[in-house]
Ligand binder design. Structure first.
Ligand SMILES: [Fe+2]
Ligand SMILES: [Fe+2]
Length: 202
């Protein structure tokens, strides 16, 4: 669940997140970030959690007819991927300042959002937690069914795609363990009808 103070950020972020399943993605990434924060007490939740809530707010500024070709396997417009990072950082600066957040926190949050997708190295542990929580979503069964629709591929096809790139870019060892566990759930779900032919797929 969100912390009470993060509910307020969520209310502000949400109207920016109703494209490309970003709203659902953000809720799941937030929960994954909380688990990584438990494992990394040296990371600062006051930076990580606002950064997660606001990191993809910039996608709404991208021309919507080009959005699905601005990231991932069909990426044709890398400049729009950069635009979503810059715009997200701008929104974070503006909204967190309006909410009275400390200037030092705002700078750290904006600095993480700017580059969260296009850079692979982490600047610090907070950045690493945000980067991994963001990417880890792709491995979850939740993301799997969404990505199947995005690219018209099967659940195992999604695993092939993300194993090809995202797994390499996870930064924290715990994230790799989590990613493999999530993929195993997808594989098990796909195997269920083989072992239980009478099972009706929901
Ligand atoms: Fe992003
Ligand atoms: Fe994201």
């Amino acid at each position: 669940m969100f912390r009470e103070k993060d509910e307020k950020i969520w209310k502000i972020a949400r109207p920016h997140l109703d494209v490309r399943n970003n709203d659902e993605h953000t809720v799941v990434a937030y929960h994954l970030a909380q688990r990584l924060l438990e494992l990394h007490p040296e990371a600062d939740p006051e930076v990580v959690l606002p950064a997660i809530l606001l990191h993809d707010t910039g996608w709404k500024s991208v021309p919507q007819d080009k959005l699905m070709e601005s990231f991932g396997v069909k990426k044709k417009y890398p400049e729009l991927l950069i635009q979503h990072e810059k715009e997200g950082a701008k929104i974070a600066r503006k909204e967190l300042a309006r909410m009275g957040y400390d200037a030092a926190i705002i700078e750290q949050v904006a600095d993480i959002i700017d580059g969260h997708d296009s850079t692979l190295e982490a600047k610090n542990i907070n950045d690493a937690v945000v980067k991994d929580a963001d990417k880890l979503w792709r491995f979850t069964p939740h993301a799997n069914s969404i990505i199947c629709q995005w690219y018209d591929v099967t659940p195992l096809g999604v695993i092939d795609i993300i194993m090809g790139n995202s797994i390499m870019h996870l930064l924290l060892p715990e994230s790799t363990v989590m990613a493999h566990a999530f993929m195993e759930i997808v594989r098990a779900q796909e195997a269920l009808p083989h072992y239980l032919p009478t099972l009706v797929k929901q």
